[in-house]
Design a protein around this ligand. Structure first.
Ligand SMILES: *[C@@H]1O[C@H](CO)[C@@H](O)[C@H](O)[C@H]1NC(C)=O
Ligand SMILES: *[C@@H]1O[C@H](CO)[C@@H](O)[C@H](O)[C@H]1NC(C)=O
Ligand SMILES: *[C@@H]1O[C@H](CO)[C@@H](O)[C@H](O)[C@H]1NC(C)=O
Ligand SMILES: *[C@@H]1O[C@H](CO)[C@@H](O)[C@H](O)[C@H]1NC(C)=O
Ligand SMILES: *[C@@H]1O[C@H](CO)[C@@H](O)[C@H](O)[C@H]1NC(C)=O
Ligand SMILES: *[C@@H]1O[C@H](CO)[C@@H](O)[C@H](O)[C@H]1NC(C)=O
Ligand SMILES: *[C@@H]1O[C@H](CO)[C@@H](O)[C@H](O)[C@H]1NC(C)=O
Ligand SMILES: [Cu+2]
Length: 582
């Protein structure tokens, strides 16, 4: 009997995918340029090829992407991470410095080279020392000729959202992790941006349906997003297709993505505002005059007015926990390895505020952890060699892993896992305390790569360890990455050694030489005795015995009041001290 039409079409589409798998090459010369995206303040930003905003990366599922990076910053190192991509077999292309690569020094060149087999909405950004909010971030879109939703829309639109600072990250970070800021109050953004500007106009044709791909590439603020007069139908989150689900308002944390279908009206009678509104709950002190909102317009008729956004009374965003993946993958119900991470914020002996998993704050290793895996032979399965401050979690190949994250902090935090998507099998409301058990887990949990944990609440995530590599798990608030809210997952290290033996390109190792970063041995760079961690990078020591965090904060405050004056305290705010350290 002849082939059925559907299997005939299927084989054609496989054939086309195979034939058209292309190599997409980008040459990125990274340098300082000036920009004034909020119209208020012109500042140095990190551009590419002399321009800012940065170009989006676009590819089709199956393509190879090559990004040749030249660091022309002159005064800073850099690196690129491709957020949400699994980097299966190419862990060394993942981007975080001291984890999967050495920093690209000023004057250095470094090639990222990987294939993409995941469709959807992603982004890329620097993964070097809190650098991306200085402008080095942009969307990364992977088209899919086989998308289950392709017949549901006519055209595609990409819109990024972000917060924006007038200050540069270097000095902001120095002030943030400092005895002058014992409560750990994060710098508050100066503005919100849409597509790296404000007042964006998006031309809309009546009657058409658009796939609107949205990315929050901010440093800190989540944004509420809504389109006046139009409903959204969510069809993708973080690269996972979902059953089309209606929503009037989204809550997009830093690093999350949503694709939604928006059907245009049939008439061109009016234009409509859309709004991104930064979640001010995240800010310890809301500076007078801050406008948390950014407005853009769906423009049906350029000659008609662009009405101001209507004020809304309450934020009632869609709950992403209720989403169902299109593939209806069932819950991973047999857990082989459960990991509990208790997170908190607290002071160390230097008086500054840090973030902790299980009482350890992350400090970058001297040797990139991947290179420790690749140069440690059979010792690679011994967690000790990865050092005392990397929060290492060793996973065996193919095991089903569960991460229970208990947020012992009154803030909201968006957690991201590299190299994987995860099932979100449980998520509490505010103030629920530590996870004990959950008898009503969803049978087909939503999956994504970045998820919000609520204040003093918990999340439970599951995934299978099928991607050998060194993968970070961290809060995507860039301030909290700097203060140590990071764990290092070391997945199936012996298979990783076999996969990558002899495969680290010469320009990756050259970056180590040129940045004086050791590329062999344990976390301390010891190649002889891997169990000897003398000289490893460590966090400041704990508070002196007898001092409580509250005590040292009070001491610091009285010193500050005496020596520096109330102005500094006013700047960071007195109130959060109680909230953050109690
Ligand atoms: C956007 O429009 C508002 C209101 O007119 C204006 O204050 C602001 O400067 C504009 N932003 C930019 C970047 O042009
Ligand atoms: C690097 O250069 C930029 C642009 O000139 C400057 O604004 C910035 O302060 C410098 N950064 C450091 C760390 O010196
Ligand atoms: C990218 O990697 C592929 C597969 O290893 C290799 O054939 C190709 O030469 C590489 N391209 C560049 C520009 O390094
Ligand atoms: C927003 O910026 C992206 C590039 O990052 C661009 O591709 C897209 O067309 C822009 N969207 C609109 C509506 O102008
Ligand atoms: C626009 O018109 C078409 C055809 O008459 C109709 O099917 C559709 O529901 C209308 N759309 C809206 C948003 O009213
Ligand atoms: C921002 O939008 C919210 C929601 O509509 C509104 O309550 C608030 O007043 C707006 N803020 C400013 C400064 O416009
Ligand atoms: C994991 O499963 C894959 C595919 O079945 C297999 O090739 C691999 O050897 C397994 N890895 C381990 C460490 O068992
Ligand atoms: Cu955080």
């Amino acid at each position: 009997m002849a082939m059925s039409l559907s299997s005939f079409l299927l084989s054609i589409s496989f054939f086309l995918t195979a034939v058209y798998a292309a190599t997409v090459t980008y040459d990125f010369d990274v340098s300082w340029v000036y920009a004034n995206p909020d119209g208020v303040y012109n500042r140095p930003v990190i551009g590419v090829n002399g321009k800012w905003p940065l170009p989006p990366i676009t590819a089709t599922k199956g393509d190879r992407v090559v990004v040749n990076v030249k660091n022309s910053l002159g005064n800073e190192t850099t690196s690129l991470h491709f957020h949400g991509l699994f980097q299966f077999g190419t862990n060394h292309m993942d981007g975080p410095i001291q984890v999967t690569q050495c920093p690209i020094p000023p004057g250095g060149s470094f090639t990222y080279n990987f294939t993409i087999d995941q469709p959807g909405t992603y982004w890329y950004h620097s993964h070097t020392k809190g650098q991306y909010p200085d402008g080095i971030r942009a969307p990364l879109i992977v088209h899919d000729p086989d998308s289950p939703h392709k017949d549901l829309y006519d055209e595609e639109i990409v819109i990024s959202f972000s917060d924006w600072y007038h200050g540069m990250m270097g000095p902001l970070l120095t002030d943030f992790i400092s005895i002058r800021n014992p409560s750990g109050a994060e710098p508050v953004p100066n503005a919100a941006l849409v597509n790296d500007t404000q007042n964006l106009t998006v031309s809309i044709q009546p009657g058409k349906t658009y796939l609107v791909r949205m990315v929050n590439m901010g440093a800190f603020a989540a944004q509420y997003v809504w389109f006046e007069g139009h409903t959204m139908k969510i069809v993708e989150v973080d690269g996972i297709y979902t059953e089309p689900t209606e929503a009037n308002m989204l809550y997009m944390t830093a690093a999350q993505r949503y694709s939604v279908l928006i059907t245009a009206k049939n008439s061109t009678d009016a234009n409509f505002a859309f709004v991104g509104s930064m979640d001010q709950d995240l800010f310890d002190v809301v500076p007078a005059g801050l406008n948390p909102n950014v407005t853009g317009w769906l423009v049906y008729d350029e000659k008609k007015e662009k009405p101001a956004a209507k004020e809304i009374n309450a934020f009632e965003p869609f709950d992403d926990f209720t989403l169902v993946p299109e593939d209806k993958q069932g819950i991973l119900d047999k857990v082989d390895h459960s990991v509990t991470l208790d997170m908190k914020m607290d002071n160390l002996g230097d008086g500054a505020n840090y973030a902790f998993f299980n009482d350890v704050t992350f400090v970058r290793a001297k040797v990139p952890t991947l290179y420790t895996v690749l140069t440690s032979g059979s010792e690679a399965t011994n967690p000790v060699i990865y050092g005392g401050n990397t929060n290492q979690i060793l996973l065996k190949g193919n095991e089903t892993v569960e991460i229970i994250l208990n947020n012992n902090d009154p803030g909201k935090h968006p957690f991201h896992l590299h190299g994987h998507e995860f099932q979100v099998v449980s998520r509490s409301e505010d103030e629920a305390g530590a996870y004990i058990s959950d008898s009503s887990m969803p049978p087909t949990p939503m999956r994504r790569d970045t998820v919000l944990v609520r204040p003093n609440g918990h999340i439970v995530l599951r995934f299978r360890a099928t991607n050998p590599g060194v993968w970070l798990f961290h809060c995507h608030i860039e301030w909290h990455v700097a203060s140590g809210l990071v764990a290092t997952i070391i997945e199936d290290p012996l298979t990783l050694q076999a996969q990558l033996a002899g495969k680290i390109p010469a320009n990756h190792l050259q970056a180590c030489k040129d940045s004086n970063t050791p590329s062999e041995g344990n976390a301390a760079g010891n190649t002889k005795n891997l169990l000897d961690l003398t000289g490893q990078n460590k966090s400041p020591s704990p508070l002196p015995a007898g001092f409580t965090a509250r005590g040292i904060v009070a001491l610091v405050f009285s010193c500050l009041a005496a020596f520096i004056g109330m102005a500094v305290i006013g700047q960071y705010g007195m109130a959060p001290v109680k909230a953050k350290t109690g």
